[in-house]
Ligand binder design. Sequence first.
Ligand code: ADP
Length: 627
Amino acid sequence: MRKKQFKTESKKLLDMMINSIYTHKEIFLRELISNASDAIDKLYFRSLTDRSVSLTRSDYAIFLETDKAARTITISDNGCGMTEEEMEINLGTIAKSGSLDFKRELDDHSDVDIIGQFGVGFYSAFMVASRVKVISRPYGSDKACAWESNGADGYTLTDAEKDSFGTTIILYLKEDTEDDNYSEYLEEYTVRELVRKYSDYIRYPIKLEIERSEKIEGEEDKYRTVKSYDTLNSMIPIWKRPASEVTEDEYNEFYKSKYYDFEAPLRVITQKLEGAATFIAMMFIPKHAPYDYYTKEYEKGLELYSSGVMIMERCPELIPDYFSFVKGLVDSSDLTLNISRETLQHDRRLGVMAKAIEKKIKSELEKMMESDRENYESFFDAFGIQLKYGMYTEYGAHKDLLKDLILFRSSAEGKYVSLKEYVSGMKDEQKSIYYASGESIERIAMLPQVESVKKRGYEVLYLTDDVDEFALKLLESYDGKSFTNVTAESLDLSSDEEKEALKSENDSSTDMLEAMKAAIGKVSAVRFTSSLEDHPVCLSSEGELSVEMSKILKRMPGADGVPDASVVLEINMNHPIREKLKELYENNSDALATYAKILYSEACLISGIEIEDPVELARLISELMLK
Ligand code: ADP
């Protein structure tokens, strides 16, 4: 007998399993059946290419047995089996990459999160069993080995006898407690229910051993026990059943167990196509972004099946980046079982499928936006940024596909609007789609320019994500309407008379404005404006690059060459500050420079721009107070 210790991270997870208060402990059966099915898949694959494996599909099965007296459940398969080394590697070490990443946070999270989100495979057995024994014999070998553990003191490996290849797992159930009734897993009824609920679609028969007593013919009152097997699962993959016959619950359970999500999906999308490519697709839009969605580690893709047999776990070519949040699978009878990755990538049909899938997802999202707005908005909260990046990347190649799926918050009560909705609410004389960008909705709503545009009855889109303004710049226009940043210097909503008055005001004050510009030193101009309401000053930008865009670009790596936005300090022509400034200028007062600097700082604060020298600002203000 060889005694071994678990790896540290496995130990942590095991401890958690043993002490689990998880309410869905029943998933252990699903996990073990799924492992058995995977093991059979592996052997089945080998049989396709390796002539020495002389098995046919109908030979394969997963067997379940319960023994009430011994309190055991046994799960057996005739799959590939494991050697001693494989058992040590596979069962002695945690396998799920997701939970591995998560282990750092194990201490602060309840086990519920981890079990629900990742599934824990083989180790879930320890939620219900105090001892687990695995006896395995690889196909083609006559040597079997037994792995045994109580989860706590490591595990042992011993030579064993097994008369056929495959793996047998025996669970010695825990004693019942007030909260947990483990004995129920020994009931035929429960086992049937669990298989139906979680493992119905498994492609191999799951056979439960049934014992019946049978009367012995010709003898009085004599019975014998007869064993037989009942197949519990329909073996039809859920996606091959007519969509109308599959319940919401079934879809949800399938999704949750397959994609390790603790929440049901927001939407299920089924698609069936015949023609240039024939396939069935079953896709899901998750309710929330997976924990690694916005990291480099996240890998998009749909599973690829050929007539019910999985041939690729993740096929990224089937889904565009901007829809990378979609989970699911595609089953096509067009593809042969042993198609290689390389051949597949060049298969024209794959492209046809991808196009059809993209179209379907788009139309489902549109439908959802129209008829299920609340869910669409929560979808957009989770994944909207991905769609906006999709508009922006590849030089806007997909902007037309995506532009109607985008929502922005707006000045209309901070609600979400689509561009289409915005345009349909535009005033007759309104020429542009107005927007303003900033760190938060609250911040943007306070901008003086937003206030004045709103006062004129125009709606303003509030752009808070870094990508927003860049995406709109690439889009250029929507429905013939251009986009205008309300903080752009060129924004002019005034009447001809107002324009005239403003021009003469600016012309007559050129020298004073120049003097202020020189004192500030950081602006390209100082000008009067007539478009502010109560605020004395604001900043606006000249040219293509807005203040926000320049701020964002400067935060990015390699930002050395990013130019500053060309900034103009605008002074409200109708504010009493105008007279004050003129008076200072006429009296040749030094205070004009101080005023200019303070007003500039004020405008920076309002725009959310950091003040370069706050100490200097504080000094100037105090000096002024003492005058
Ligand atoms: P996962 O199934 O996600 O890889 P598990 O912890 O459930 O993680 O299983 C770890 C590994 O043990 C599997 O990847 C597989 O190689 C092996 N394994 C588990 N059960 C079986 C089985 N019934 N037959 C053969 N190998 C198995």
